[in-house]
Design a protein around this ligand. Structure first.
Ligand SMILES: *Cc1c(COP(=O)(O)O)cnc(C)c1O
Length: 495
């Protein structure tokens, strides 16, 4: 399998090279150079463990890596608190795929447990001498999951930038108390977009000098890396296999998946699973009040010129979904000129429209529903009261969307709701949904919910308040490049 850019065909890279490089030289994303994945023996995966499924899928997409079984073992062993890694639960008429059993209690752990291992292996196997410095802007979940994933991985260091006052108290504490010699977190005065722009500017300003003068390659842990996409394909197979072993479906029966979506990485992995032959019916994109993707799927018009809302499902508060570009490439039949044109329109006018033919292909695989904050809170309450099952705000958006989709279409197909975070990561909205009293100290909300529901608090969130705070820096956006240089020069990261 080789990788090429969505925007031109000048460059063909191996899996190892694509993982190390992250993003194509022309600003496009790396995609497999093959348009179809037919012939993948998907039925053989059904009796396997999650780790064995991961091996098969990694070997298919990243076939130039040697030692995939060891890579998978190093990625997952001892990191998840469930032996199945991503267990499936039947809740009412729906099925919930729990993706939050990793070290930071969010679904990003599935990919960010594997990406650092893939990166350091790629570096070693390609004989690269430079050290890797990961720079990541985060609105909360990616930052901590990436710090945990890269913690003490040889030859790598990571600096996470988050908007000062723009993440939840639990998320901030997760980052500021993170362990590992080679990890740093720093708050930036500004919002998430300012922070992300700041990181992009560092890449533009420092990539060359870092490489030449400091033997350091800058890279990113954001979800555009193909090494993040591939691990996410695995749990769609796992969910299907669980339905089979529970006796809920027959082999070959179509199953719908409802996915709470922000940057389009999670749901795109489902689309790739479908292309590999897994009997996926519709991928139902669940959006919150920032419903730019919902409108796109309904109309074929992507228009980010609209107000940005801060909602109680903050990891989905996004108006520009990077991974959508990979889907555009696919539904245009691999036409990089078309993709390039659409992306230019997006950065120029903030808007583009796809052709009738592309829209038809899009709607073949995708449907969409959304839920505002009220519906989200109502879904948490209803699912808890009716089934005694506790969901977080992002999962609640998906739950409400799955129900709306079934009502609207009358579909009786089995539907798997992807649960992307533990309810304890977004405790205040959950507290509200359960009708519990407001708390002064944000950390006392967790035991309060526990007392009410009996649901276990993930270990990694339990002692957060007691852990020593390591990182307290708050900087201006203009200070970001200097901060990176200073950190690298200190030599502490790579000791
Ligand atoms: C990142 C995230 C999402 C959105 O996933 P995308 O791959 O960006 O679409 C949904 N829920 C939670 C909890 C997340 O952290």
């Amino acid at each position: 399998m080789r990788y090429r850019s969505t925007r031109s065909s000048d460059e063909y890279l191996s899996g190892r090279e694509a993982v190390l490089q992250g993003i194509a030289g022309d600003g496009g994303l790396f995609v497999p150079d093959r348009m179809d994945f037919c012939g993948f023996p998907w039925t053989e995966l059904m009796g396997l463990s999650t780790e064995e499924m991961a091996e098969r899928i990694f070997e298919y997409f990243l076939n130039d890596f040697t030692g995939i079984p060891e890579i998978v073992t190093r990625s997952y062993t001892g990191k998840f608190d469930d032996p199945e890694l991503t267990p499936l639960k039947k809740v009412g008429d729906l099925y919930v795929l729990e993706l939050f059993h990793g070290p930071t209690a969010a679904f990003k752990d599935v990919a960010l447990s594997a990406l650092p291992v893939l990166m350091s292996e790629a570096r070693k196997q390609l004989g690269r001498e430079e050290q890797i410095l990961i720079l990541t802007a985060t609105s909360g979940d990616t930052g901590k999951a990436a710090m945990e994933g890269f913690r003490d991985v040889p030859g790598t260091g990571i600096i996470v930038f988050y908007p000062y006052g723009g993440v939840s108290p639990v998320q901030e504490a997760q980052m500021n108390t993170a362990e590992g010699r080679n990890v740093r977190a720093v708050a930036v005065r500004g919002n998430f977009d300012d922070t992300q722009t700041g990181v992009k500017k560092i890449f533009a300003a420092l990539t060359e000098s870092m490489r030449q003068e400091k033997k350091t390659v800058l890279s990113s842990a954001n979800s555009i890396n193909i090494g993040r996409l591939v691990p996410q394909i695995v749990y769609y197979f796992k969910a299907y296999a669980s339905l089979l072993s529970m006796g809920e479906i027959a082999l070959g029966e179509l199953v719908d998946f409802t996915v709470p979506t922000g940057n389009f990485g999670d749901i795109l992995a489902g689309y790739y699973a479908k292309k590999l032959g897994l009997p996926v019916g519709k991928l139902i994109l669940a959006a919150n009040k920032n419903n730019v993707l919902r409108d796109f799927i309904d109309s074929g018009v992507y228009d980010k010129n609209r107000p940005f809302y801060r909602t109680n499902s903050p990891s989905m508060d996004i108006l520009v979904s990077s991974n959508l570009e990979r889907l555009l490439y696919d539904i245009s039949g691999g036409d990089c000129e078309t993709v390039k044109g659409l992306m230019e329109k997006l950065s120029g006018e903030g808007r583009y429209e796809i052709s009738e033919e592309m829209l038809e292909k899009l709607q073949d695989s995708f449907a969409s529903c959304d839920a505002d904050e009220e519906k989200t809170v109502a879904a948490i309450r209803k699912v808890y009261e009716k089934y005694g099952y506790l969901i977080d705000t992002h999962t609640a958006v998906a739950w409400a969307s799955a129900e709306e989709y079934r009502e609207k279409t009358g579909s009786g197909r089995k539907n798997v709701v992807l649960s992307t975070a533990s309810a304890y990561k977004f405790p205040d909205a959950v507290r509200k949904a359960l009708g519990l009293p407001k708390q002064e100290d944000p950390f006392s909300v967790l035991p309060l919910i526990h007392e009410e529901t009996g649901v276990k608090i993930p270990e990694n969130l339990q002692d957060l308040k007691k852990k020593p705070v390591r990182f307290t820096d708050v900087i201006e956006t203009r200070e970001m490049p200097g901060y990176v240089e200073k950190t690298v020069d200190s030599g502490d990261l790579y000791r």
